[in-house]
Ligand binder design. Structure first.
Ligand SMILES: [Zn+2]
Length: 163
């Protein structure tokens, strides 16, 4: 705990739609004890302030292991296109979510690398990517982090669930 001040960086806020959070939790439980995850959609008006309205799951052809998973990328792409279409394009891809079944609520070095990759990937249009982590199971701890600056600690986003 005493290291927190050194490692946690600054804080922001995330508002996560209850139905979308429940969908992620249901999928986490379904895949348990294997890892799963997907995409986060919503909008963000400024760094450190994020609204999650929808999640996209792993897809039917995803492969799940205890400490990793590979999404069904083609399925996710189609889901993303549908979601954009329905929202009249007033929807952003924010980042990814995934589980750490029986694991800790800390982002791994792979998770951090994923954030850097999303931020660097112009097509993703997510310069400040978000990573949501569901750790544990069957009770899940939810942690949301955002990369604001590449070589700075990630921001911790305080979670508020809205209905
Ligand atoms: Zn992870």
């Amino acid at each position: 705990m005493r290291w927190r001040a050194l490692t946690s960086g600054r804080t922001g806020q995330v508002w996560w739609a209850g139905a979308a959070l429940e969908e992620a939790l249901r999928e986490a439980q379904r895949a348990f004890p294997l890892e799963t995850g997907g995409l986060l959609l919503g909008w963000s008006t400024c760094p450190g302030s994020v609204v999650i309205t929808q999640v996209i799951g792993p897809g039917p052809d995803a492969t799940h292991r205890s400490t990793s998973f590979t999404p069904d990328a083609a399925w996710q792409e189609a889901q993303l296109a549908d979601a954009y279409e329905q929202a009249g394009r007033r929807l952003q891809y924010l980042g990814d979510w995934h589980t750490h079944p029986r694991g800790t609520a800390r982002l791994s070095s792979t998770d951090r690398a994923t954030l850097r990759r999303i931020a660097a990937h112009a097509d993703a249009r997510a310069p400040y990517p978000v990573m949501a982590l569901l750790a544990g199971g069957p009770l899940w701890q939810v942690v949301v982090r955002q990369q604001i600056r590449r070589r700075r600690p990630l921001w911790r986003l305080t979670l508020e669930v809205w209905q």
